[in-house]
Every structure is written in C-alpha cells, then in structure tokens.
Design a protein around this ligand. Structure first.
Ligand SMILES: Cc1cc2nc3c(=O)[nH]c(=O)nc-3n(C[C@H](O)[C@H](O)[C@H](O)COP(=O)(O)OP(=O)(O)OC[C@H]3O[C@@H](n4cnc5c(N)ncnc54)[C@H](O)[C@@H]3O)c2cc1C
Length: 282
C-alpha cells in the first residue's frame, strides 16, 4: 500500500470512534445500530473482501427462527428461558428486516417451512402431538399464534417424500435473498454515514490483535498492517461475527486489561446483550 497522503489520512483514514471488523450481517447491523445510538460518533467497517465475503452471502436464505426439533434440542441444552430468549431475538430480528426493507427488494417470500420426522425420531404420535402443543403454548407470546408448528402429514404424499414418518409445518417461516439483503444493508449503512473500507487483508486485524504493545498509547488504539505501519486509529474496536470471532479469543488473551476495555469480541447474540453504556459511554 502506498504511504497515505495528508488528505487520505484526514478523510478515509481519519481517527474513528468505533471500528467494526467484518461486514457480514452482524457487522453491518451492528454498525447501523451503533450509528443510530451514537449519531455524532464515527463508525467504520473494515472488510477483507471486495464485498462481504463470509457466511452471509453464502447461506440458504431461510428466514427462520428454529425448527421444532431444533428448539426441543435447544431447550434440553440451554434450558427453557434461554431457548425462548433466542427465539424471540430471531423472531424480532426478522420483523426488523421486514420493516426496514420491502419484500421485493430482498425477494422476501412467506412460503412456510417444513421439517421431516423420520420413523425412529418420535415413534409415538400422541407424545409428538403433546410436545408440539406444549412448544406452541410457550411460543404464543412471541409469535402471537396459537399454532406456530403443526403436523401436516398429508403433505408428505403431495411433496413425494415417501420415507418420512411425519411432517411439521411452520407457516411463519420465509425465504429471502441474502445477497440482496447484504447489498441493501451496505447501502443503508452508507446512507447513515458509516465508512466501509474493503480489500483489507486478514492480517491487518490479526497483527493488531496479537500485538502485546498495542495499548502503549492509552488514548488512541492503532490498527497496524503486517509491516507495523499504522493505518487506523480508533477509540473502540468491535469484532463481531458468528463465524470467526472465537478464533480471535486466543489472541485477545495477549492483550492487557486496559486494552480489553476497548476491544469487544462477540458473536451476534451477545452484541444485543452487551451493556453499551459501560463499553461506549453515554
Ligand atoms: C452454508 C450455510 C448456510 C446457512 N444458511 C442459513 C439460513 O438459511 N438462514 C440463516 O438465518 N442463517 C444461515 N446460515 C448462517 C448465517 O449465514 C450466518 O449466521 C451469518 O451469515 C453470520 O454473519 P456474520 O456477519 O456473523 O459472519 P460472516 O458473514 O462470515 O461475516 C464475517 C465477515 O468478516 C470478514 N472478515 C473475516 N476475517 C476478517 C479480517 N481479519 N479482517 C477483515 N475482515 C474479515 C469476512 O470476509 C466476512 O465478510 C448459514 C450459514 C452457512 C455457512
């Protein structure tokens, strides 16, 4: 990279209040809400690809909040309260997407979703019915529906799925075009004044994270490239992603405690649970 001109360093590369690393769905939505919450603070996203280049543009586009067996499994692993909290976040998240973007812009279609139950999974039909009723009761407050899930075995034949034992339908599930949603989100964050810089190599972030000396200056953090040239300065860094945050945790161990207050590593769910005032100020 060429040395920065004065004008570049005073514009695109000017010190930022918040830097988010990664422009997948999580980074983009986080930038959007950060800017809404702190309109006078500067927010920048750094992305390694020319476009967002992670799971967000490669997924199946199911606008879903958990299938019946997934929620049953979540309940046994996480407990009832956490399962419901997760469903509520997913459900409200989908409502927000619907509110923000028209169906035609992101190819949103309410086609419903189906889950196939194989013969060995629930041999006793009555017990399956009881479990579905019980889950529906717990979900009523979130979805506003008496029956979020229902057995619809007649469709097994219609769909030509002969080997299945039962079919559970969820009429609230939909599909969307994840590429179009990402594109719309990029335009949205730009319109809110967020800077998005792309083609930043992975090691920019990693070098910075693993530098033991990164916090020598306590007032401003610096993000360096692989040759230790300083590229960015910022007050807070968010590394938020479902897919690769965990890999950064080992590196974060090397950062001393004053730096940890400026660095927020999170998967997407925790970003919504964080205490913003503690981390960002009022
Ligand atoms: C095959 C598949 C199918 C899926 N199907 C569905 C589905 O149907 N419905 C659904 O709701 N979810 C689905 N998911 C899950 C969903 O896609 C992810 O949960 C979501 O995209 C995660 O978004 P993210 O922003 O956390 O991560 P990502 O989209 O992976 O974003 C991380 C971003 O960070 C960038 N990055 C990485 N390292 C660096 C670095 N060092 N410096 C700068 N930038 C960096 C990447 O290029 C990327 O753009 C699916 C996932 C997969 C893999």
């Amino acid at each position: 990279m060429l040395p920065l001109s004065i004008w570049e360093s005073e514009s695109f590369f000017a010190p930022k209040d918040f830097i988010i690393i990664g422009s997948g769905f999580t980074g983009l939505w986080s930038a959007y809400y950060l800017k809404k919450r702190y309109p006078h603070k500067s927010v920048m996203i750094l992305e390694r690809g020319i476009i967002p280049s992670g799971a967000s543009s490669r997924n199946a586009g199911f606008a879903c909040f958990g299938s019946f067996t997934e929620l049953e499994s979540d309940t046994s692993k996480l407990g009832e309260a956490e399962m419901l909290e997760l469903v509520e976040m997913r459900y409200r998240g989908l409502e927000k997407i619907r509110k923000k973007f028209s169906a035609s812009r992101i190819d949103y279609e309410n086609l419903g979703g189906y889950e196939l139950i194989s013969p060995g999974q629930y041999p006793d039909l009555n017990s399956l019915r009881t479990k579905i009723d019980s889950l529906n009761n717990r979900l009523k407050e979130i979805t506003g529906r008496q029956k979020t899930f229902q057995l619809n075995d007649s469709k097994i034949k219609t769909f030509g799925l002969g080997g299945s034992h039962h079919l559970i339908e969820n009429k609230l599930e939909s599909q969307l075009h994840s590429g179009k949603l990402l594109e719309a989100l990029v335009q949205l964050v730009h319109s809110e004044g967020v800077t998005l810089l792309t083609r930043l190599q992975k090691h920019y972030c990693q070098t910075w994270i693993s530098s033991r000396h990164a916090d020598k200056s306590c007032l401003q953090n610096r993000l360096k490239d692989s040759e230790s040239k300083e590229l960015f300065t910022m007050m807070r860094v968010f590394i938020i992603s479902a897919t690769w945050t965990i890999a950064c945790f080992w590196a974060a161990q090397e950062i001393n405690s004053s730096m940890k207050k400026k660095l927020f590593l999170s998967g997407p769910q925790n970003i919504f649970r964080m205490n913003w005032n503690d981390f960002c100020g009022k």
